[in-house]
Design a protein around this ligand. Structure first.
Ligand code: 13P
Ligand code: SF4
Length: 305
């Protein structure tokens, strides 16, 4: 069944001059049909260089597809399931950011790319988990409003002399909140030779208990070049699917099997086929918001070169 569906998708993709972009947390069958797989930064960079394509099918969550639209307002950006939202991105509404800016008028504003476009338009720059420190150091201000992820903010705060002010207080990813220090301790006992890597969206005590803290793209690069052959992966479980498809000969264990981002899993092959056929549901951002958000998005891409 899925074989013929995959063939149908390939054929439609050619007919429509389309490209399928997918995040590392997508299920295996979506990873298999994607033209490009990556972390948030890699997807953003790819979205910035797709002039030759007419249609983009984005298998990820809402803020990722919105970023692709902000970078390509003249293209059709289609998300197979419109319900695929990142709850963390919605924890920082525009008015909360504006209030924080009023309270800290001299602060630079860095928003995690996991944020809604209405908030992004008021940021000086954006960041992902792959470049957050570099982006922070690129701003002239010593005081930085940073949101919505408090854990990524704490990760940066440990490495910079700048003052990081979290906005909103308590902004988090529910998937990465599932990990606890006890899980790290258990995996150390079960796999004493394994290196334990987690994502910076994990709580800071979990980050400190692990051996390394990396973005999903960073995990792939690090493990591919490492001499070690056993790793525990502290992020969404399908990251292991991605790692296993790229790297052979390594033993990979999830830090927690139940770490599943449910909205990432809403995309199916059937929905991808229908998205290609119907060229909808489309993701758009109002023109003025998209234009204002482009400045921060381009700043991040420039700093990340
Ligand atoms: P990455 O940019 O590391 O892929 O992270 C995106 C994300 O949403 C993690 O939860
Ligand atoms: Fe959002 Fe967390 Fe899912 Fe990443 S894993 S998309 S931060 S809910």
């Amino acid at each position: 069944m899925s074989g013929s569906l995959q063939d149908e998708i390939k054929q439609l993709k050619d007919e429509k001059n389309a490209i399928i972009l997918a995040h590392n947390y997508q299920p295996k069958e979506i990873q298999e049909i994607a033209d490009f797989l990556g972390d948030s930064l890699e997807l953003c960079m790819k979205a910035a260089e797709i002039e030759d394509k007419d249609l983009v099918i984005f298998c990820g969550v809402d803020f990722m597809a919105e970023t692709a639209y902000i970078l390509n307002p003249d293209k059709k950006i289609v998300i197979p399931d419109l319900e695929a939202e990142c709850p963390m991105a919605h924890m920082l509404p525009e008015d909360a950011l504006l209030k924080a800016k009023e309270e800290h008028p001299d602060a630079g504003v860095i928003l995690y790319v996991n944020s809604i476009a209405e908030a992004k338009q008021h940021a000086d720059t954006l960041c992902t988990s792959a470049n957050a420190l570099k982006v922070t150091e690129s701003l002239p201000q010593d005081e930085i409003l940073f949101g919505p992820d408090n854990n990524l903010g704490s990760n940066v705060a440990k490495q910079t002399s700048k003052e990081i002010i979290p906005v909103p207080k308590g902004g988090h990813c529910y998937v990465h909140k599932l990990f606890h220090v006890e899980d790290v301790e258990l995996k150390r006992k079960q796999h004493p030779n394994a290196e334990i890597i987690c994502h910076p969206e994990c709580n800071i005590d979990v980050q400190e208990a692990c051996d390394k803290v990396l973005s999903t793209g960073g995990m792939l690069k690090y493990i591919a070049q490492s001499d070690k052959d056993e790793f525990v992966i502290g992020t969404e479980v399908d990251m292991i699917t991605r790692l296993e498809s790229e790297i052979s000969g390594k033993k990979l264990y999830p830090l927690l099997e139940g770490a599943i981002c449910s909205t990432m899993k809403l995309h199916t092959l059937e929905k991808v086929r229908d998205a290609l056929k119907n060229e909808e549901p489309q993701v758009t951002v109002p023109k003025e918001i998209a234009e204002k958000s482009l400045k921060a998005t381009k700043h991040m891409l420039e700093v990340s070169k």
